[in-house]
Ligand binder design. Structure first.
Ligand code: NAD
Ligand code: MG
Length: 394
């Protein structure tokens, strides 16, 4: 039996993970589930999965969960807060940690899993964007295994040379790879009139044409900051500089990414746009197992289209490339300002088209520095959030 902690169990990735595990109950046992505040959902997950631990990030929600479970005679140890999250991410009895908390809140528990040498299934790209060097060092030093869940990075990983591992131990593992092409659907506004982007609503921005996801990543997909964060994520996962990570617009989301080799070969991974494929791949790696995803029908799809990405329409993508090139905590600042701007947009306090402006202004007022420690990263993250909030107020 393999034991698993699911950080962010009530979210889109968490639910998809449980859906895959449900098909393989003889192999996987759920030891811990975590969420932020969704007590109702957690009650039903605890009834269905009987984990040893359930953690709510919010202390008051944890109390309510504990009372509800007691009434139902469901025996689960309820913990709360960041201590509870890092505790279940590093339990000795756990083999695999699915890191699927959204945003910077995922950093400490995901890092704890890496420090405890777990197999870390990484969905929470923000952790890597905030603290790439520190995080990859923790993986390396503690012998953790990192497997990408983000569909693009999972696709790239599948197309890498057979000896390639994350973290790569030497550049020999990348011999022959000339560049990575990350696919991007372009989101709901790929061909929307640019001058009307001022008035789009959160619901319009969250209506992704191909993927069903949480609201934060859906807005990131609409601005293409999601692809920007993924470029940074790819640089760290695959030890490549940003000028060897390109973005290819591909509206159908069937090719999930490609790896180009020096001999002219280009390897791609294809599949239906369903996160259960990368989740099952990372759970079972290096084996394969069924995921519940229907077979890809290329005849029905019949055509695949490609376009260059328009940086003027998607300024967030350019901001992310520049932040990665600048290095240090610049991408921490980018990520923090983006989280604040997206939250303000979702709460209808900020226009969609102002999201990149808030990030750009924050970056222009606050230069990054060497990201040498967790303290520095958390300090710059907090300061960037305050700055971004004041940019939005003014
Ligand atoms: P979601 O909003 O659906 O779920 C987020 C989960 O995190 C929930 O369980 C929530 O309770 C928990 N959470 C939120 N705030 C928290 C906090 N402060 N402390 C502790 N827990 C908290 O998000 P999602 O779409 O499942 O995405 C999760 C992560 O996976 C994100 O980093 C996202 O970028 C990444 N990802 C998602 C997809 C997708 O298809 N949904 C694809 C690729 C990558
Ligand atoms: Mg992705």
């Amino acid at each position: 039996m393999k034991t698993i902690t699911i950080l962010g169990a009530t979210g889109s990735i968490g639910i998809n993970t449980l859906d895959v595990i449900k098909r393989h109950r003889q192999i996987y046992k759920v030891t811990a589930l975590t969420a932020n505040r969704q007590v109702d959902r957690m009650v039903s997950l605890c009834q269905e999965w009987s984990p040893r631990y359930a953690v709510m990030a919010d202390a008051e929600a944890a109390e309510r969960l504990e009372q509800r479970l007691k009434k139902l005679n469901v025996v689960v140890e309820v913990l709360s807060g960041i201590d509870g999250l890092t505790f279940v991410a590093s339990l000795a009895e756990v083999d695999i940690v699915m890191a699927a908390i959204v945003g910077s809140a995922g950093l400490l528990p995901t890092l704890a899993a890496a420090q405890a040498g777990k197999r870390v299934l990484l969905a929470n790209k923000e952790a890597l964007v905030m603290s790439g060097q520190l995080f990859m060092d923790a993986v390396r030093i503690n012998g953790a295994e990192l497997l990408p869940i983000d569909s693009e990075h999972n696709a790239v990983f599948q197309c890498m040379p057979p000896r390639f591992k994350i973290p790569s131990s030497s550049h020999d593992e990348l011999v022959g790879v000339s560049r990575i092409l990350l696919s991007a659907s372009g989101g709901p506004f790929r061909s929307y009139p640019i001058d009307q982007l001022d008035d789009v609503t959160p619901d319009q921005a969250c209506a992704h044409p191909n993927w069903s996801m949480g609201r934060k990543i859906s807005v990131d997909s609409a601005t293409m900051m999601n692809k920007g964060l993924e470029v940074i994520e790819a640089c760290w996962l695959f030890s490549l500089p940003p000028n060897r990570v390109d973005v290819l617009l591909h509206p159908q989301s069937v090719i999930h990414s490609l790896v180009e080799y020096v001999d002219g070969s280009v390897l791609a991974q294809l599949g239906n746009p369903d996160m259960r494929t990368p989740i099952a791949h990372a759970l079972a790696w290096p084996e394969r197992m069924s995921s519940g995803v229907p077979r890809l029908n290329l005849v029905e799809i019949s055509r695949l289209d490609f376009e260059d990405v328009d940086f003027e329409r998607f300024p967030c993508l350019k901001l992310a490339y520049d932040a990665m090139s600048a290095g240090g905590t610049t991408s921490t600042i980018l990520n923090a300002a983006n989280e604040i701007a997206v939250q303000a947009f979702l709460e209808e306090r900020l226009r969609f088209s102002a999201i990149p402006k808030v990030i750009e202004t924050t970056l222009s007022k606050f230069s990054g520095r060497a990201a040498n420690s967790l303290e520095i990263i958390l300090e710059d993250d907090a300061r960037a959030r305050e700055l971004a909030k004041s940019v939005i107020r003014n």
